[in-house]
Design a protein around this ligand. Structure first.
Ligand code: ADE
Length: 541
């Protein structure tokens, strides 16, 4: 019973509440607008900018929908303001009111009213007292735009002009350089030989010669011959004209016939990667297509000491020389194989795939630089197995790793290509030691597996390296020298039958670094043992 009474009470309360709400809604009154209302009166307002209506009468508009209106008129010298309340549903002076929902009264000129005629309307109390002429609004907008845009435009003009001037300046410089023939980019002081007998140098940075004008080059003697190309010593002419004798730099030109385009293109593309630059990699200047001669050229630094095979054939070296040659060779290969530059930036690792003593040049400071990148392969992480397999079994049979000889290189892993290079590098290190006075009796130069014929084929190399697991001999006498003992241990680790068990080139380079102290200790005695160079030097190319 109690519950019934309680429910009845609440139902009654809710019903009464909703009735009250409906009543209140019905009772909402629309507030009438307060407007300045002086009808027509004279004014000093010139019809520009902002004006205040001098009307001291504020009226409650008669109708709920009325808005405030001001009209500015100029008839001859008679300038007036009209301030009124007006229902926008009706015309005023034959005009439909516009923008009357605005809180501000912004004047708009109406033509055809027999005089200068401006009208505005708005819907806030006394909003027709302060008037804004639209020309003023427009001018305000223009001013804002100008203020914000002009500095930007000025900056854009300055930037474009400076850029244009810079381009013109660079073009003029480039063309005057081409006319005079001074060095193009001689930033590396150890690559191109200046013809003063020293090995100073320069570079065009690893650039291609995009100029249509070919470099002024005069070929000299042939200094090398490979499978696809011949190498010439040459003069790159430069310096002043006008009667004075022209200067020149000595460069090496590798010349490919038109048919060997693919080899030229591969080497040019490898060289064009600026990250390849390293003191132990041959310094590349530029590549050219010589249409008239139907030839492709690679222009590089020239190293008068020639290749390592020739050098070892004609010189007996000291431990110090061995250290320089071996340490620089392993540093060059390590740089090639590395996927980062010395500054830690990412670079594409490269496999040389034809490391041998005739593809290594000896610089004047007796350090090595790698050359002949005709078979090199960029080890891009995204290369497919098919793309890697396409390159097939390449290189020189004598220096081929066992897995390359039997075409069983692991194409799934780019490291395999580096491991094959390390095997070849070990053979070159063996060649270097074989000509070092620190091993005792030094025999005539012989290439690794020298007992085989001059250019052994893959099949005979398979017999020696795979079937017999043969490697060049390391006589006991060699390991009497503490440094050579360490190098020999590294060599044996590098030519291991199992590619995975081989050292990396970086590791070999580090082992050489650790031996630097031996270099100082043993150099003195070695240099005395050294056979005078003149006896062995054949005429330099
Ligand atoms: N033989 C091959 N390339 C050479 C070079 N750049 N300098 C000297 N001899 C070379």
């Amino acid at each position: 019973m109690e519950l019934l009474r309680f429910s009845a009470f609440w139902c009654g309360t809710i019903l009464f509440g909703s009735f009250l709400l409906e009543e209140t809604e019905a009772m909402i009154i629309k507030v009438k607008r307060l407007c300045k209302f002086c009808d027509e009166q004279a004014t000093n307002c010139t019809g520009k900018g902002r004006c205040k209506v001098e009307c001291d009468r504020t009226a409650i508009c008669p109708q709920e929908d009325d808005v405030c209106v001001s009209v500015w008129r100029k008839r001859d010298d008679n300038v007036t303001f009209d301030t009124v309340c007006h229902n926008p549903a009706q015309r005023l002076y034959g005009l439909v009111l516009e923008n009357y929902n605005n809180s501000k009264c912004e004047m708009k000129e109406r033509k055809g009213m027999g005089a200068e005629f401006f009208i505005c309307s708005c819907s806030e109390d006394e909003c027709n007292e302060h008037i804004i002429f639209n020309s003023y609004v427009a001018s305000q907008v223009v001013a804002v735009i100008l203020v914000s845009l002009v500095p930007l435009m000025v900056m854009a003009v300055v930037v474009i002009t400076s850029f244009y001037c810079y381009r013109v300046y660079r073009q003029r410089q480039a063309s005057s350089r081409r006319k005079k023939g001074p060095p193009l980019d001689f930033s590396d002081a150890h690559a191109i030989m200046i013809d003063d007998g020293s090995d100073s140098s320069s570079t065009l940075a690893n650039n291609l010669n995009h100029n249509t004008e070919l470099l002024p080059i005069e070929l000299d003697v042939q200094v090398g011959k490979g499978r696809f190309a011949e190498v010439y010593k040459a003069k790159l002419k430069q310096g002043s004209s006008g009667g004075e004798e022209q200067g020149f730099e000595t460069v090496a030109i590798k010349i490919f016939r038109y048919e060997e385009y693919a080899s030229w293109k591969n080497e040019k593309d490898i060289f064009s990667d600026a990250d390849l630059r390293h003191e132990n990699v041959l310094h590349f200047l530029t590549a050219e297509e010589r249409k008239v001669q139907r030839q492709y050229w690679l222009i590089t630094a020239y190293h008068p000491r020639g290749n390592l095979q020739e050098y070892l054939s004609h010189h007996i070296i000291s431990w110090c020389d061995l250290w320089l040659l071996g340490s620089s060779l392993s540093s060059g290969v390590a740089h090639l194989h590395s996927d980062h530059t010395s500054c830690g930036r990412y670079k594409v690792a490269i496999a040389h795939r034809d490391i041998k003593s005739s593809n290594i040049l000896v610089k004047s400071d007796l350090t090595c630089c790698l050359c002949d990148f005709g078979l090199a392969q960029r080890l891009d992480n995204n290369l497919s197995v098919d793309e890697l397999a396409n390159s097939g079994q390449v290189g020189t049979a004598r220096y081929m790793a066992p897995e390359v000889l039997e075409s069983r290189i692991n194409l799934e892993n780019i490291e395999s290509f580096k491991q094959a290079d390390v095997y070849s590098m070990a053979l070159v290190l063996w060649e270097i030691i074989s000509r070092c006075s620190a091993i005792g009796e030094v025999k005539e130069y012989e290439p690794p597996f020298g007992n085989l014929r001059e250019h052994p084929c893959v099949e005979s190399m398979k017999d020696s390296v795979l079937r017999d697991r043969g490697r060049p001999e390391i006589p006991n006498s060699w390991i009497n020298h503490p440094g050579i003992q360490i190098v020999c241990a590294s060599i044996e680790d590098c030519w291991d039958h199992d590619p995975e068990a081989r050292l990396t080139a970086q590791c070999v380079a580090e082992r050489f670094d650790e031996m630097e102290y031996l270099d100082k200790l043993s150099d003195r005695s070695d240099s005395e043992e050294k056979i005078p160079e003149e006896i062995f030097v054949v005429d330099e190319k």
